[in-house]
Design a protein around this ligand. Structure first.
Ligand code: COA
Length: 172
């Protein structure tokens, strides 16, 4: 399979792909687990029933090349914030921009929010570099287990700070 042609297509996923998505998720997050020396992480322990439930609570996008599922990402709105999770690209198709495309697509699907939030393991240096390049900044750290510390990152939607600033009377 070649990513150059045809171009992968990103679309809204339905619960019908839950089993295939779980298989891809377990393959993709193995590396994240290895890097962080922690295998007891939700992407690896999630059951197909739990993943089906995610389709009720999240917007799930999938990247396809023909019939092949190459990647995915989830988003969920909570007030003015969109929480992004489970960004994944098949190991054979990484480093070609698909992860960034999925991020752009999920941000676009939640255009109405003020900010996007996500997290990754503090040892996932390539993930941190990817998110930094997309404009995400670290806002807090959370120690989850003895081995695993998460870095929470945030990106404000362009113009949101400006709008907030303009709504403040100039004489304040
Ligand atoms: C993170 C991930 C989705 C990136 O997908 P991708 O299609 O390779 O992303 P892009 O091609 O748009 O961007 C490449 C960047 O991603 C980052 N990256 C993270 N893991 C990578 C990997 N295994 N291979 C290549 N790039 C990776 C790097 O910063 C790279 O930039 P660089 O070229 O400066 O090193 C993919 O590596 C993946 O599925 N990882 C496992 C699951 C995971 O950790 N998801 C994130 C959870 S927070």
């Amino acid at each position: 399979m070649n990513l150059d042609s045809p171009r992968p297509r990103i679309s809204l996923a339905t619960v019908a792909i839950a089993a295939d998505l779980l298989e891809l998720q377990k393959l993709c997050f193995q590396e994240e687990a290895e890097e962080n020396h922690e295998f007891n992480i939700p992407p690896l322990t999630q059951t197909v029933e739990e993943l089906r439930e995610d389709f009720r609570t999240h917007t799930v996008l999938a990247a396809w090349q023909g019939q092949w599922l190459l990647g995915s990402v989830r988003g969920r709105r909570e007030g003015p914030v969109c929480h992004i999770s489970r960004l994944m690209v098949h190991p054979d198709h990484r480093g070609k921009g698909l992860g960034s495309l999925l991020m752009a697509a999920i941000e676009d699907a939640f255009r109405g929010v003020n900010s996007y939030e996500l997290f990754t393991g503090e040892r996932s240096l390539r993930n941190l570099r990817l998110y930094a390049g997309l404009g995400y900044v670290p806002v807090r750290r959370e120690q989850v287990t003895q081995r695993l510390t998460l870095v929470h990152l945030q990106k404000r939607r362009a113009g949101k700070e400006l709008v907030a600033g303009l709504s403040t009377p100039p004489f304040d």
